[in-house]
Every structure is written in structure tokens, then in C-alpha cells.
Design a protein around this ligand. Structure first.
Ligand code: 13P
Ligand code: SF4
Length: 343
């Protein structure tokens, strides 16, 4: 070894931390190197202990990093599953490890609970693409046409909405209205996907996800050239030409279920890249090709700020009660459509 090389010393885990976290590590050790685990483990042990004493439920979106997803989450899933779980829990505190609109949806559904988000800055480019005033103007322009809004929006936008949807149930929700036309907000690409799967006329808005809009059809063709036989599965927030190249299109949970059902030899998930790490834990026989498009908002959530959220009961997500009541109507109408739908 060169005299200048710094020896990489593995931080020692206390016996108590090792005992508390070893069963988790056995599940994730193919994905998380031991040297990283030594940093995560004390935080994971403390968070899991605090969750019990605080009667807190930790909900994690599928894009959270593996140490959060497998280490501390009580329940995980896509936006639809997180909304359902938030509406059903008995816990006093919900810690939402995801982005702000997800925490707001939890608060709308559980107004009497304390809903925390570890970083208030965890936003979403889709939620930022439209305001409540925009929705009111659209209603003036298209009188009588119902408004279907993707959950990736603020509470104020939801309050102006007839019914919400997620990527798992968008077509079903649009068709449930029984109208010839709907206004579909704000994701243009998800709207295109809906249009391709229904006879209902869909009026679109030009909101985009900053992560999924980066994928291109040429990139997907490149994966097929480089990895003959590879299966390509994509999230419907991707542009239309990208979706046309995919073997399957579905919500984040829909994509996870597809891998479980099909067990492809090689797959690429055209979505945020932490998801492949999380799914790979369960399917060692599947080879994941991982384009790394990170959602900078999802990545604001860390073990450190989750611990701080539990220790300090921060950051509380509040929604004006009048806005929340109107928004709840739109979210409840969504939950009532096709209960039990699998993305
Ligand atoms: P899902 O509802 O499919 O989990 O999508 C949420 C999201 O933000 C995807 O970018
Ligand atoms: Fe929003 Fe896109 Fe991030 Fe999902 S991946 S939270 S849609 S910015």
C-alpha cells in the first residue's frame, strides 16, 4: 500500500446496533456495501426505536433510497398506496418519506393526525407547474367539463378539482365520470397515455416531470441494441415516443409487480433510479440495467433528517382546513373508484 493511502477503516457497530439491524442487513447486503451500512445502521436502529415510542408510522415512496425503503419504512408503495395507507392508519404521527404533495395528501386524509415531512423543500416539478388560479381559468374556458387532477399537485389545486387520480388509476378515474370530455391536469405525458387508452376526449396541460422527461426513445433503442432480449418497462410520466418503445407501462408499483410476475432475465426500469435498487433486493435472479435519473426532491429525504423529524416533531405539514375539506372530496372520490386496483 502507498504510504499516502488512507486505510479504509470500517466504523465499528455496537453490539446493540448490530443486533437490532442485522436481520435488515441480511436482506439488503447485496445492494448496500458493508462500509455504508456501518454509517446507516446506528441511525436505522435509533429511528426504528423512536417510531415505537412516538407511535409513528413511516410511509416511504418507492423512490426512496434502499436504507430508507428497506431499513425504516413501515409501509411503502406508489402514490395511490401511500394515500390509502394514510387514510387507514391508527398511528398518531405519519412521517411521509416522499415529496410534499404526498405529505399534503396524507394530511388531507388524516386531518387530526400529525403529518411530518423530513424536508419541507422536497417538491415536485409537476406540482409546481399549475396553480389553483390556472384551474379556475380552465373551468371558465371549458364550462361544465369535469377536472381530473393528478395527485402530483398542491392542496389548493386539488380543492378546485372534481376528482384526483394517480398513474395507477388515471384511465379508470377518467372513465368513471361518464362524460365525453375531461380536463386532465397537469401532466401532459400521463394525459397522452390516458388519451391512448380511452375514447374520452382529454384536454391537456403542459406540465412535465423533470425526471421522466429526460428519457428518449433513442436511449431505449440503445438498451435493446446493447442488451439483446432486455425487457423495458416505463412510467407513464415519460414522453409518448418513449412509452411506445416500452414492453409495459405502469405506476411505480405496477412496474414492481410486473417484475415479480414476469421475472425477466434482464430489465430496465425507465423511471427514477433508486427503484431498481429497492426491487433488486427481492429478485437476485433478475439483472437490472440502471440508467440513473435521480429525482432531486425525493433525494432530499435522508436517514439523518428522518431521525430529526421524529426527535423534534418536525416539519409539520398543515393545510388550511377549508382547502383541505374541498381537496378531500376530490381525493375521496378517487379512492372510491376501483378500490383494490393494482397499478
Ligand atoms: P407513482 O404514483 O407511480 O408512484 O408516481 C409518483 C411519482 O411521483 C412518479 O414520478
Ligand atoms: Fe415529481 Fe418527477 Fe420527482 Fe415524481 S419523479 S416527485 S413527478 S419531480
Amino acid at each position: 500500500m502507498s504510504p499516502l493511502a488512507v486505510p479504509r477503516k470500517k466504523p465499528a457497530l455496537s453490539p446493540a446496533v448490530r443486533k437490532a439491524t442485522d436481520p435488515i442487513y441480511q436482506r439488503v447486503k447485496r445492494i448496500i456495501p458493508e462500509i455504508e451500512w456501518a454509517v446507516h445502521a446506528p441511525l436505522i436502529a435509533r429511528i426504528n426505536e423512536l417510531k415505537k415510542t412516538r407511535n409513528a408510522l413511516l410511509l416511504a415512496h418507492n423512490y426512496q433510497t434502499p436504507e430508507i425503503f428497506h431499513g425504516v419504512a413501515d409501509l411503502s408503495g406508489d402514490s395511490l398506496a401511500l394515500a390509502r395507507q394514510a387514510s387507514e392508519t391508527d398511528a398518531e404521527i405519519i412521517v411521509l418519506c416522499g415529496v410534499h404533495f404526498m405529505a399534503e395528501t396524507a394530511k388531507i386524509l388524516s386531518p387530526d393526525k400529525t403529518v411530518l415531512i423530513p424536508d419541507l423543500e422536497a417538491g415536485c416539478s409537476l406540482a409546481d407547474s399549475i396553480t389553483a388560479a390556472d384551474v379556475r381559468l380552465l373551468r371558465e374556458r371549458y364550462p361544465g367539463v369535469p377536472v381530473v387532477t393528478y395527485v402530483n399537485t398542491s392542496a389548493e389545486v386539488k380543492a378546485e378539482t372534481d376528482v384526483c387520480c394517480t398513474s395507477a388509476n388515471a384511465v379508470e378515474v377518467v372513465e368513471s365520470l361518464g362524460t365525453e370530455r375531461v380536463i386532465f391536469l397537469p401532466d401532459e405525458y400521463l394525459g397522452h397515455h390516458v388519451r391512448n387508452h380511452t375514447d374520452v376526449e382529454v384536454i391537456l396541460w403542459k406540465g412535465h416531470c423533470e425526471v421522466h422527461e429526460q428519457f428518449s426513445a433513442a436511449e431505449l433503442r440503445g438498451y435493446r441494441d446493447l442488451h439483446p432480449g432486455i425487457r423495458i418497462i416505463a412510467h407513464p410520466e415519460c414522453p409518448q415516443d418513449v412509452l411506445r418503445e416500452a414492453d409495459f407501462v405502469g405506476s411505480t408499483s405496477g412496474m414492481i409487480n410486473w417484475v415479480g410476475d414476469h421475472r425477466p432475465a434482464k430489465v430496465v426500469m425507465i423511471t427514477e433510479c433508486s427503484m431498481s435498487d429497492n426491487v433488486a433486493v427481492h429478485y437476485p435472479e433478475v439483472e437490472f440495467v440502471r440508467p440513473c435519473n435521480l429525482c432531486p426532491h425525493m433525494k432530499k429525504i435522508t436517514l439523518e433528517n428522518i431521525l430529526s423529524a421524529l426527535e423534534r416533531t418536525e416539519h409539520r405539514v398543515e393545510v388550511d382546513p377549508a382547502v383541505a375539506e374541498r381537496a378531500r372530496g376530490a381525493v375521496d372520490r378517487m379512492l372510491a373508484v376501483g378500490r383494490g386496483a393494482r397499478g
